[in-house]
Design a protein around this ligand. Structure first.
Ligand code: ADP
Ligand code: MG
Length: 317
């Protein structure tokens, strides 16, 4: 049989995850996808701060000041990486904003209708931030009561990477895992590059397409994903750790990186940093590229992202 796209979707990580495997062996591909989906569900369970399932993140979040909590190995590792990215992004990415995120309420079932008061923001800010988290022995302690971890800006990328490992283990090297627009692309699409649409933060048609012909991740963070309008202003789920409020530096940021963990974390961080601060930081990093749609709607980008526009190069893949 000729190779073609085998596609499956699952509801995972609070979003629709689409698996595409380019292969001539459908039954093996379906088996690999099922296993990848299960591994991604396990990651979700290890990191989620929602629902009834208990995990080490929730244990830490419940703990009192000074109480040492040993995190599950992969949570521990991702916290260490997150703290490193916190340093590298001048604090723009922060895995300890749980209390502030909850105050804003973008992850709840019901979208809020108005922003919290400045006083409540200040109170939540005092209980937020990586500077209040310390490692102690094999575990972690918080220095302020109420501090909570929230891996919402990196766990989806990490889950994608774990799913991709499973596909590779099964011998598939031409594939995509797309979790609500955050994706990891493997290899090529047959003998052509994969063509990936990038969402426009304000319009229905894509901003453009990029071609990818080697393993890499492409992730977009935008102010259009979870938001509401109040008195003519947009309030959304990417918070500036300095102000405690939704960042107004960008409309969206697309990052291309070697893996989805990095692309996810950095797209959030670079959104907050904005292009002016972010561009130099990205330019210094190997194997990373970024494209901003700035607050005023104009574009700015580093080397390494070439946008194609549909009318000239439209193809079906
Ligand atoms: P999405 O989940 O829509 O793909 P992001 O990857 O940008 O978007 O993650 C946003 C989520 O990350 C928020 O819902 C919140 O849980 C958390 N978050 C918000 N601001 C920050 C920040 N500055 N640093 C780290 N995590 C953040
Ligand atoms: Mg992110």
């Amino acid at each position: 049989m000729e190779a073609r796209d085998i596609k499956e979707t699952r509801f995972l990580l609070g979003t629709i995850v689409e698996f595409t495997v380019y292969t001539d062996d459908e039954s093996r591909a379906l088996k690999a996808i099922a296993e990848a989906a299960q591994v991604m569900r396990d990651v979700e369970q290890a990191f989620t701060i929602f629902g009834v399932h208990d995990n080490s993140v929730k244990q830490f979040n419940r703990a009192k000041v000074g109480q040492v909590v040993v995190l599950q190995d992969e949570v521990d590792a991702l916290l260490r990486l997150s703290l490193m990215i916190h340093q590298q992004t001048q604090g723009a990415f922060d895995p300890a904003l749980g209390t502030l995120n909850q105050l804003w309420g973008f992850s709840g079932e019901i979208m809020p209708t108005q922003p919290p008061s400045q006083q409540h923001i200040q109170q939540a800010l005092a209980k937020s931030g990586s500077r209040h988290v310390d490692s102690q022995g094999r575990g972690w302690v918080k220095q302020v009561q109420g501090l909570q971890l929230d891996f919402g800006a990196i766990a989806k990328g990490y889950a994608i990477d774990q799913g991709v490992k499973v596909l590779k283990k099964h011998g598939f090297h031409q594939a995509i895992i797309n979790a609500g627009g955050d994706m990891m692309v493997l290899g090529t699409h047959g003998d052509k590059p994969w063509r990936i649409a990038i969402r426009h933060p304000r319009a229905d048609q894509p901003l453009g397409w990029v071609e990818i012909d080697q393993d890499s991740s492409i992730v977009t963070s935008g102010d259009y994903e979870r938001f509401y309008m109040y008195k003519g202003r947009r309030y959304h789920h990417i918070l500036d750790p300095q102000t405690g409020k939704p960042s107004s530096a960008s409309q969206s940021v697309t990052v291309i990186a070697a893996n989805a963990t990095l692309a996810d974390a950095w797209s959030t961080a670079l959104f907050v940093l904005g292009s002016k601060q972010g561009i130099d930081i990205v330019q210094k990093r190997k194997a990373m590229a970024a494209l901003w749609v700035k607050a005023d709607g104009s574009f700015r980008q580093t080397q390494g992202i070439e946008l194609h526009h549909a009318p000239v190069t439209m193809r079906t893949n």
